[in-house]
Structures are given as C-alpha cells and as structure tokens.
Design a protein around this ligand. Structure first.
Ligand code: TEU
Ligand code: CA
Length: 562
C-alpha cells in the first residue's frame, strides 16, 4: 500500500462562523482562528479543514458562494486568510479548503447573467427548463424541503436547486463552466492550499433528460436522488479535474459523497492516481435516521454500527482509502448521539475518540469534540438558525404540525447542534465573543469549556492528544488490517489492528453496564496478562498495573501485544 502524509495525518475541522470572534460582532472570523492556533497545534493534528470562507450572502452559511476569489466580509480579508495559511504552515499544519461546485449562490455574477435572458452566454451555466403543463419540469424534491425547482418569471423558466432556492445547481454538462471551475481551483492551489473537501461532489452529474420519479416508487425514493447521485458522467468529470487541475500537486482531496457503497468507494478512491483520495460516506449517519424524514429518529443497535465499520474497513483495505468521522457541521454532537451526554459524558467522549483514531483511514475531528461538547436543546424555534430547519419548519407548520411535535426532532438532528459557538471559558458567551453571538451558546458552557478542560489532568483534550501521539508513533494504527472480535456482543466493540510488526487490541464498552472482554487480557492481581500491555485507557487509573477483566461503563482501552 502506498504511504502518504494524508493517510497518516489527522484532520481538525473548523466551522469559522462558530469558532472564535475576534472583533465582537458575534461572528467567528479568521483572526479568531489565528488566535487559537496554538490550541489546535497542541492536539497534534496536521491538517485543518475550513468550512467555506468565500464571499456569500449566507443563505446556507457560506455554502452559497457569490465570489470564489474573495473572503466573506464577516470573516475578514484575503490578507487575513494569507496570514492564517502562513501561521498554519509555520506550525507544520496543512490547510484544506471547502470546494462548493455543485451550486453557487443566486447572487453569483454567473447566475445574475444566466437568469437575465434565454440567450445570455451564461444561460447554460445553470440548469434551466421550461414548465411542464404549467408546473415544475419534473417531480424532484429539494434536500432542504419542497420542489427542487424555482420559477423565474423573467424568462418564464424554472432553474434546478437541489438545496435551497438560493443555491442554483451548476450545469456540469457545459465545458465552459467546467473550464472556469478548474481555473478557480488552480488559482487556490497557486495560493498554496493543501487540498479540497469537495462538497456534494457526487451530485454534479445529472441523468440527461432529468426524468421524473413518477408515482410508482415508494415514498422514500421520491426525491429524485437516483437521477443525480453518482450520475453517468461523475467519474469522467473527476478524472478530467484530476488531469486539468490536481495532477502534479501533492494535496489531499476528500469528497462528500452521500449514497456511496464501499465497492463504489473503491472505484472513487482506489485508482492510481485516484479520482479522489478519500470520501465521506453516510452509512453511520443513517444508523438512527433510516426513514426519508430527516428529523425522525429510528433506534439503532451497536451490532449495526460494528457491521458498517467492519464492511468499510475490509472492503477498502488495500483497495481504496477510508476517512473516519463521527460528526461534522451537518450532524448532531457525537457524544449526544452515539455516546452518553449525561453521567458518562467524559468517558464516552473519550471512547468515541478512541474509535475514530484507531481505525484504518484518515481521522476527522470536529471543533468541540475534543472537549466533549453536547447538543443544545433550544426551547424555541427562533433560537435555531439553519436554513434546512427553517424550510422544513415552514413546510410542516403549513400542514398544521405544531411546534411541540417538531422540536424533539430538531433537538436530536438539527445541524445547529454542531454549530453553537465554541465554548472557550466560563465567562459570558463562553468566551466566544464579547458581542452577541449569531447563535446562542449551549447553556452547559459554564461546565463544559476549554478553560475548565485544560485545567484537569484527565481532560478529554489530553486524551485526544495521547491518542493522536499513539497513532503517530504506531503506523500499524494507520495502515494495519482490521479484525472485529465478538461481533454479536450487544455492548462491546472490540477489534484488532495488525501488520507484520505489531498488533493492537481496542476494547470499547458502548454501555453503562460492566461488560466482559472477548480476549484474555489478565485480571487484577494476576501476572498472566495474555501478552497484552495496556497503552491507553479512558479511566483515570490508566490501568497500567491493574488490568481488569471487565470493561467498566463506557470504558475504552487500547492494548498492544508484547
Ligand atoms: O451537505 C450536503 C448533503 O447532502 C448533506 O450533508 C445534507 O446536508 C444532510 O444530509 C442533511 O440533510 C453539504 C454541506 O456539508 C452542507 O453544510 C451544505 O448545506 C450542503 O452541502 C449544500 O452546500
Ligand atoms: Ca467577528
């Protein structure tokens, strides 16, 4: 297997709007990030991924770009961005930028021209269709609720928007559009960026003719997704991007790809060179969300989580490359979702970190994960900020669904769960801003914040640091193979990571009950430890001398074979 820095590296994701506000306007910014670089570097991460910082009217917090070549006013200037890049590089940290090229803002000059007349040269930069029987051209549904088409009275046609109506989809069938996108990517590479996280990248090729779903399919399939996910020309476009832009650059590319199987992931990430280096799949994110209703909870079992992880670890081993994440800016807080944000918050936050950082594939840590931040439970819809939620709310309340029925779903699944301001200390607004934050701080900030965390010798932050160090010092944890132990066990998740040199054993108790280990690792007071030496444990007495045969509630341990 080919080795590389982006396989061995660890990524820290920053959502700039919510990270740190340097000038008191309530919005996080680039200067704020620069202030916190030693904090980030202290974790031992090597790569920072920034969510979009380009000019944007912020219908979807920067995922609606109006100028690819400039920085959003609220976040600062291009000079600030250059300083950030320099300061990261001087600490040995690389920077990857979000690349949003499935759509732009409707305020992008291309779209303004495109909508101006049917024969404008930019008309075909977007996807326009005349009405069908005075209605939408087809029955596709927007990912953010409602039809995926918006009527424009100026020319009497509809344009396609898979996301909000302020995010018109670009027409990748048009070679001039592709040329302009590639030129923009080269421009950022010339500025020194170290890679791209490609937003919704497997949505860019739509099935020609844009067929309607029709009424035959069951409800879950009515979105039209089957006509644009991994569409007919996706591999061709990515290969073209590789030749036109990426070739000759030593960078990291990661695709955000909803609806990809492990086999397909091998096709995307397995070539030489690969189409994209790695991708984010959504199978774990669907564990507790199995219906087409984004805000409906479905119970999940640990066994299912183990099956998914095992399948991805096995299928991609030697044939592609994984990326591992338990949350990001679109997902609930991992500790509230997969852990225990009550009495075992600290233990379970560390346990989840152990999982992310001991699998094959590149690990991604999202801001606040390293201090165990939790989902807020806002009591009023007005406290939320996300366009996805508001569009859903508008649709549902128009149908007469009361707030009290909608709030539990929002508490659990709103993307704003991950977007509340970073909790730096116990002062007003958690030290995020001296002004009024753009979104309320989670009320638990007086207990959960960086300052309190760093003052403890057993902090979650420190545990992340130790795990990262362990991974860096042991390439077995990066490249080794994966064997699941005791797959049917409903409470524990245990596995081996192995190569020619070393074997690691990871044991995770995903429950508040004591659980037996599937492997003989010796017991308290017993010198026969089965040849296992403990390297890391999320309980204070680190277990070095005292090796229990039972895993305590939410206990995580990493052993190595001696
Ligand atoms: O997300 C794309 C996407 O399809 C999902 O993550 C979707 O947001 C999720 O299933 C919830 O419905 C990306 C970005 O990560 C997201 O923040 C943007 O809003 C979206 O693209 C549009 O650019
Ligand atoms: Ca600010």
């Amino acid at each position: 297997m080919k080795k590389s820095w982006w396989k061995e590296g660890i990524v820290y994701q920053i959502y700039p709007r919510s990270f740190c506000d340097s000038n008191g306007d309530g919005i996080g910014d680039l200067r704020g990030i620069i202030r916190k670089l030693d904090y980030i570097a202290g974790l031992g991460v090597d790569i920072v991924w920034l969510n979009p910082v380009y000019k944007s009217p912020n219908a979807d917090n920067g995922y609606d770009i109006s100028d690819y070549f400039d920085i959003m006013d609220e976040f600062g200037t291009m000079d600030d961005w250059e300083t950030l890049l320099e300061e990261l590089h001087s600490r040995g940290i690389r920077l990857i930028m979000d690349l949003v090229v499935n759509h732009t803002s409707d305020e992008h000059p291309w779209f303004i021209e495109s909508r101006s007349s049917i024969d404008n040269p930019r008309r075909n930069y977007y996807i326009w269709r005349p009405p069908t029987d005075k209605h939408e051209p087809n029955d596709w549904q927007s990912i953010f609720s409602g039809p995926a088409w918006q009527y424009d009275s100026n020319t009497g046609e509809y344009y396609l928007h898979l996301f909000d109506k302020k995010q018109p989809d670009l027409n990748w069938e048009n070679p001039s559009l592709r040329k302009d996108i590639y030129a923009m990517m080269r421009w950022w590479l010339d500025k020194g960026v170290d890679g791209f996280r490609m937003d919704a990248i497997n949505f860019i090729s739509k099935v020609p003719g844009l067929p309607s779903v029709g009424s035959k399919l069951p409800d879950a399939d009515r979105s039209g997704m089957q006509y644009y996910i991994n569409g007919p020309r996706i591999h061709e476009f990515l290969k073209e991007m590789r030749t036109e832009v990426l070739e000759g650059h030593d960078i990291l590319t990661v695709g955000e790809t909803f609806g990809v199987s492990p086999e397909l992931a091998c096709r995307y990430t397995g070539g030489d060179p690969p189409e994209i280096d790695m991708l984010f799949h959504f199978e774990l994110m669907k564990l507790d969300q199995k219906t087409s209703d984004r805000f409906r909870y479905t119970p999940w079992k640990l066994r299912e989580m183990k099956e998914i992880i095992e399948k991805w670890q096995h299928t991609l081993h030697g044939r592609g490359w994984n990326s591992n994440y338990l949350m990001n800016h679109d997902q609930p807080r991992a500790v509230s979702r997969f852990g225990n944000d009550g009495p075992f918050r600290r233990e379970s936050a560390k346990l989840l970190a152990t999982l992310t950082l001991t699998l094959e594939g590149t690990p991604y840590i999202y801001q606040g994960e390293e201090i165990g931040m939790t989902n807020p439970r806002f009591e009023s819809i007005d406290d939320y900020r996300d366009v996805e939620l508001f569009n859903h709310y508008r649709e549902q309340s128009a149908k007469g669904v009361p707030d009290s029925e909608l709030l539990p779903g929002y508490h659990r699944f709103s993307r704003d769960n991950a977007r509340t301001p970073m909790q730096w200390d116990g002062s007003t607004h958690a030290g995020f801003s001296t002004g009024t934050p753009w979104m309320k701080v989670n009320p638990d900030y007086s207990e959960i914040n960086v300052h309190t965390e760093l003052s403890r010798h057993d902090s979650i932050y420190e545990y992340f640091r130790l795990l990262i160090k362990l991974r860096k010092e042991n390439k077995t944890l990066v490249y080794g193979d994966f064997t699941l132990l005791d797959p049917g066990n409903p409470r524990s998740f245990c596995y081996l990571r192995r190569d020619d040199e070393k074997t690691f054993l990871v044991t995770l108790n995903f429950s508040a009950k004591e659980t037996e280990l599937p492997v003989q690792t010796g017991s308290s007071g017993n010198s026969d430890n089965g040849g296992w030496e403990i390297k890391l444990c999320n309980y204070p007495e680190s277990g070095k001398k005292d090796i229990h045969s039972l895993l305590r509630p939410w206990e995580a341990r990493v052993y190595t074979k001696i």
